[in-house]
Write a protein that binds this ligand. Structure first.
Ligand code: SF4
Length: 157
């Protein structure tokens, strides 16, 4: 079961998209420099199809993408919900997943998402907008991973 703590409409997390970023709790990862320790707790509201339906009705006209921020405790459930969003919106809303894992789970299928971010958080290497980051952002095209991390660095050039 997934739970979420809150959500925001954001513009930087997925390049070129207006994104409803849903912050999922119960993170099983142990990034030493965790920037959101509260998300390691099992707190919040159950994130299921009913809840996504409500968010879609409220914000569907304002956004182009829904991003699952976390959810590594139940990757198969994240994938199910991404597929649900795709069906609910008739493909009109893209889906993204910010995972703290370094590898995409073997049990999931990349083409269930339009964007996937992978990589633990290491403070000295920084996030996606840092030139030394270990994290990668991929656009999924026909089931293949296309690395678009460089788009986060454009502002620095
Ligand atoms: S993925 Fe890492 S940084 Fe993000 S909430 Fe989990 S432990 Fe913290």
């Amino acid at each position: 079961m997934l739970k979420y703590v809150d959500y925001n409409i954001v513009f930087q997390e997925i390049p070129g998209e207006t994104t409803l970023a849903v912050n999922i709790s119960n993170c099983p990862n142990y990034c030493i420099d965790c920037h959101s320790p509260e998300l390691r707790e099992d707190i919040g509201v159950i994130l299921d199809e009913t809840e996504l339906n409500k968010l879609y009705k409220r914000y569907g006209g304002l956004i182009t993408c829904i991003c699952f921020m976390g959810g590594d405790s139940s990757p198969d459930r994240v994938e199910e919900l991404a597929i649900y969003v795709e069906k609910l919106s008739g493909g009109g809303i893209k889906t993204a997943w910010y995972s703290g894992n370094n590898m995409f789970p073997e049990s999931c299928t990349p083409k269930s998402f339009n964007y996937i971010k992978l990589g633990e958080y290491i403070r000295e290497r920084g996030g996606l907008n840092s030139p030394s980051t270990n994290q990668r952002m991929y656009q999924i095209e026909q089931g293949e991973f296309k690395d678009i991390t460089h788009l986060f660095l454009k502002k620095l050039r």
